[in-house]
Write a protein that binds this ligand. Structure first.
Ligand SMILES: *Cc1c(COP(=O)(O)O)cnc(C)c1O
Length: 355
């Protein structure tokens, strides 16, 4: 047999695997935009009882499991939109890319942006066009429109609010991109719950619009539940490539439970939005620190020495994300997931010893 490396597709051979951080249990984990809260004991017991009833001997039937109507009611998803479930929105990003990766087709997204877009373009042989954001991380609309005109992308991704910057794009700018794009535009609202505006009310209208959401950032990253709200024409094509049993009974049951207790979730979102404002203010008060305006559950800040701030926090048992080095515009940048009030106090206490 040939060596495995020689059998593997060349574009994959040259990739690096996504490294999931291995974090000691004692650490304050503020690197991955997870909700820092779990359901209280009584709800966890109720959830356990419901999971015990799940028919794990049967294949799941996501279309009939009752989750879509709950999503529709909880998030006001228009009747016209179809809801396609994915094993995390990551899977939907992959499926959308796979669907549109005709030979010569291009994907376009602002940079710095969510790393999985570029990764999936490479995976499926789409040419990737990254369009730099403005230095304040707002969308460079002129550059976007020019790039759309030049490259005629089959697929555009706009994370709004954007990751890793937290900065939202103006509604007018996003709409201008949708209007100009010759292909599908995915408005990725992974952080939509922490933000003001949403394109969900428009989902199901234009054939080219996909609004992508997830339960991951609002308390349920472990369930792996993402959903794409889109026109039925696109949903019908996607249905041909979604693995028939991509969702599992336990996730589906747990997600339904979570949505029936959305009041608890909404309360936590409110706490985090409040904490976001407080943390932003305190970070900005540190000498030499610039905090970018965020509508997500994290804050991106530029500091004089990102590596040493990152290392000091880590030495104190706090893990954040070092963005410095990932893109020229992210020079000196760190990303702080907003934690509980106590966790944020710990972060600030350490930072006050550094600055
Ligand atoms: C976290 C994130 C996702 C992926 O979320 P999952 O549903 O957990 O796969 C998608 N898009 C953006 C912009 C994200 O930050």
């Amino acid at each position: 047999m040939d060596a495995i490396q020689n059998l593997v597709r060349e574009n994959i051979r040259n990739m690096a695997a996504y490294a999931v951080a291995d974090v000691p249990a004692s650490f304050v984990k503020l690197d991955a935009m997870e909700l820092p809260y779990r359901f209280p004991e009584d709800l966890r017991r109720e959830l356990a009882a419901e999971l015990a009833e799940a028919q794990i001997n049967r294949y799941p039937n996501p279309a009939a499991c009752g989750l879509q109507p709950l999503l529709r009611a909880t998030f006001d998803i228009p009747e016209a939109a179809r809801i396609v479930l994915g094993n995390g929105s990551d899977e939907l990003i992959q499926l959308l890319t796979m669907l549109l990766a005709k030979p010569g087709a291009k994907m376009l997204a602002p940079e710095p942006g969510f790393v999985m877009y570029r990764h999936n373009a490479a995976l499926f042989g789409m040419e990737y066009v990254g369009v730099p954001l403005n230095p304040d991380f707002t969308l460079n609309l002129d550059a976007m429109l020019a790039a759309i005109e030049t490259h005629r992308p089959a697929l555009v991704f706009l994370a709004c609010p954007n990751n890793p910057t937290g900065v939202p794009f103006s509604r007018e700018d996003v709409q201008a991109v949708i209007d100009a794009a010759p292909g599908v535009v995915v408005v990725d609202e992974a952080y939509g719950a922490f933000s003001g505006g949403s394109f969900l009310p428009q989902a199901g209208g234009a054939e080219k619009l996909v609004v992508l959401r997830t339960l991951s950032k609002i308390g349920f990253a472990g369930l792996r539940l993402g959903y794409a709200c889109c026109h039925s024409a696109l949903a019908a094509e996607l249905a041909k490539i979604v693995p028939p049993y991509n969702m599992n009974q336990l996730s589906l049951a747990a997600a339904k439970f979570a949505l029936r207790h959305y009041g608890w979730v909404a309360e936590k979102i409110d706490i985090l939005k409040h904490e976001r404002a407080r943390l932003a203010q305190e970070l900005a008060a540190l000498p030499g620190v610039r905090v970018f305006p965020s509508e997500a559950n994290f804050l991106t800040a530029r500091v004089p020495d990102a590596a040493s701030v990152f290392d000091t926090l880590k030495a104190n048992g706090i893990l954040i994300k070092k963005l410095h080095g990932a893109h020229p515009l992210l020079e000196g940048c760190l990303r702080f997931t907003v934690g509980t009030p106590e966790q944020n106090r710990q972060v600030l206490a350490v930072l006050k010893t550094v600055f």
